[in-house]
Structure formats: C-alpha cells, structure tokens
Design a protein around this ligand. Sequence first.
Ligand code: GDP
Ligand code: IMO
Ligand code: MG
Length: 435
Amino acid sequence: MITALAGAQWGDEGKGKIIDIMAAEADVVVRATGGNNAGHTVVNGGKTYKLHLVPSGILYKGTVCCIGPGCVVDPVSLLKEMAEVKANGTDLDGLRIDPRAHIVMPYHLVIDELSELAKGAGDIGTTKKGIGPCYMDKAERTGLRFYDLLRPEIFSRRLREMLDNKKKYIVGMFGEKAYEDRADLLSYDKILADYTAAAEKLAQYEADTTVIAYNAHKAGKKVLFEGAQGTLLDLDMGTYPYVTSSHPVTGGFCVSGGIGPTLIDECIGIAKCYTTRVGKGPFPTELFDETGDFIREAGFEYGVTTGRARRCGWLDLVILRYAVRVNGLTGIALNKLDTLTGLPEIKVCVGYDCDGKILTDFPADIRELEKCTPVYETLPGWTEDITKATSLSDLPAAAVGYLAFIQKEIGCKIILVGVGPDRTQSFRVDGVTAD
Ligand code: GDP
Ligand code: IMO
Ligand code: MG
C-alpha cells in the first residue's frame, strides 16, 4: 500500500503533523523532493521537533525513513539536524539516504544569496539554503551526488573542478568583489575537510531507497511518501517563477522517488483551513488587515526554517480545486480549523474575477493571476474552543458547515481534521456533509 501525501497550497500546511500521525501504521516513509528548505513540525507530548530533511516518521522506532533520489542534501546541515533529533531521545537507525540524491555545496548557498541580492526588489524570497543552484547543477548534469560524496577519490577531483567553474561563474555574474568577500567559504581545503568528515558519518546510511520502497510495497507493507513544499511551489505547476526548483506534486513522488504511478494507491492533499505563503509572489486572498494579523498570531504563522512571518489570507478554493486536479487527490486533510475560532465570519474564495470574467480554474501564468480578485462567499464563524474535539459531533454546527462547504466545492473527500498542533489533536473523518 503506497500513500502519497502532498502539500495542497504554498507549503507549511501541517504535512509534518499528518505524516507523523499516519506513520504510526507505516513501515517506510520516503521524502522524495526538496531539501532543508522544508521545515516540518511534529509535536508529541509537549515536545516539538522541527525537521528539515529527516523524514517525519523518525519518531517511530523501526520505521525506515528514506531521503530519496530527488532530494538535495546539505550534509553539514543534515548532521546538525540529526544531532538535534538524537538529543531529543530519538535514534536514527531507520535513516537511509539514496546515492542519487544531489549534494548542496557551499557554492550553492553563495550563489543563492548573490542571485537574490542581484534581483533586488524582484527577488524570489528563497530560503537561501542553496536549493535552486543545486538543482541547476543537477539539470546541467554537473552536480555532485551522495554517491560521489562517499567516495574520496571522486569527490576530491570533482570538487576541484566545480570550484574552478563556480569561481568563473560567480566572478562573471556578480563581480570579483562578491567572490573575494566569500572566498573563505569557497576554499578547497576547508570544503574538502568539512565534507569528508560529514561523509564519514553519513556513509552508514547509504541505500537504494527505491528498492526499499518497492520491496516494502511488494511485501504488503505500508509506504508513505512525504511531500515537501506544496503544489503552488512546484516548478511546473506553481506560481512560476515564485516557486521552488523541484516537484512537490504527487507526480513528483514517481519521478523523484523512483516509484511507478500505478503503484500509488491513494493521494492525500494536506491543506490549512486558510491560506499562507512565505516569500514573494502573487496571493489573491492575502489579508493586510487585522484579520490577517489575527490568523498569523492565532496560527503562529512564522517560518520553521527561516523564522519569517508568513503572509496570511482566506481559504482559496480555486487553489484547492487545482490541487485536487493536478495531484489526482483521493482525499484531503484539513489542518488548523482551531485557528479560525473567534472570527465572527469566515470568507472563502470560490472563484476569481479576472477583467469581469469569472474564473474557477487556477490561471497558468502569474500575470493573469495578478489581474484576479477573489469572489468570496461568507460563512458564519464560531467561538467555542474546539482544540479537544475528537469527532465531528464535538464541533459547533458552523465549523461543520464550513468543512462541508469546502468538501462540496472542491469535490474531494475530507479524511482528517486538525484542531491543534499535537499528534493527538486531529481526528479522521469519512467525508463531511451538512445535515
Ligand atoms: P509543514 O511544513 O507542512 O510540515 O508545516 P509547518 O510545520 O511548517 O507549519 C505548520 C504549523 O502549524 C506548525 O507549527 C504545526 O505545529 C502547526 N499545526 C499543524 N496542524 C495544526 C492544527 O491543526 N492546529 C494548529 N493550531 N496548529 C497546527
Ligand atoms: P515546507 O516543506 C513554505 C518557498 C520559499 C520561496 C520559494 C523558493 O515546510 O512546506 P527555495 O529556497 O526553495 O528556492 O525558495 O519556495 N519555500 C517554502 N515555503 N514551505 C516550504 O517547505 C518551502 N520551501 C520553499 O519561501 O518562496
Ligand atoms: Mg514548513
């Protein structure tokens, strides 16, 4: 049984929490895309785990947690994260890293920073973790992979080659001074020493994760694919160019996780009951008023990776319908219903007004999206504390009505509702319909 879980919005939908819950019954959890630009939160019994590249199934002893072929790995940062996980009392025996995964190098971080600076006000607002430049090398077929990192004769030669190339690139693109100012970060000896030390510690985790996932599936075990980022950050399907450089949609699990599409049994989208985004780019339902501030504070909407305040707005059903379509969703998990408690009324975007024409399909280009204004339906709010709810019958009628409205509009069954950050503050449902 293979379940694919993907973010349905602009990331930070609460994927970490849902994976952790579902991993209780899983044998294998696979991250297939992205790197430590992701920040996935798991809260269990008062302890908060902030995971970036380590899969969110790690809290269960015996679960195999794979960093798959399409991920990009910053080995130094991964070791730091692993040390934090260990310090929290969790062992890493189940961790596996695919030899195909590309390595984030110090020059990727430098180029990420310099290209954002060079773009000025037109910057993307990346996490500055070197993700885009690492995927650029991968597409250019010059990248270094985990396989290379673990083999000193290959790594030392390729590092020399890449540092020569990157010096020319950085000087050519950003000037001699930009290079000189960062030359200490790009020293051959230092990188060789740091990365060789990291390789020695990580070597024990090398494994072909595509074989692990396939064999587990064949043996009737449960495999979860853990999405990073979200549908609208997908390189093809997202709000290009304000996207990440990988494929967070469910199809990305096939290509980047090495699993054939017919092997996936269910595709679950994860969304919040409102919308957030970090970084730049269009966001039709963004709120610039006290309601936006209320959502940010009530939902604690601050980035796990960068600490940036997240932009907040009403739920956008044009986006969720799009996510249902492009991910082939068979179900949706809706998090953070509790965050909306106390709002007298709740608006939901059901379509876009684009130059007088009503659109219900998400536009392919951001220049069209920028012309869109949301068409809202207004639903009643509720004031009751719902953070201890364990079934739909514990929710006020207005909250059930809100969920039922969403399900009807997007044509996809709600399978789980989140009412708080803890592992225990979610309950499964078999769809939500109004009485
Ligand atoms: P991810 O990147 O999709 O894993 O999500 P993040 O961890 O970046 O952001 C989600 C935030 O919402 C985290 O702080 C979670 O602990 C929190 N969270 C998840 N589900 C719920 C929920 O149902 N209610 C509340 N109040 N917080 C939640
Ligand atoms: P999780 O997995 C939210 C955003 C960045 C920026 C854009 C490109 O926690 O949901 P990048 O560093 O990837 O080149 O940045 O993508 N971004 C995320 N936003 N959640 C994430 O991950 C993100 N990963 C990248 O803010 O707008
Ligand atoms: Mg996150």
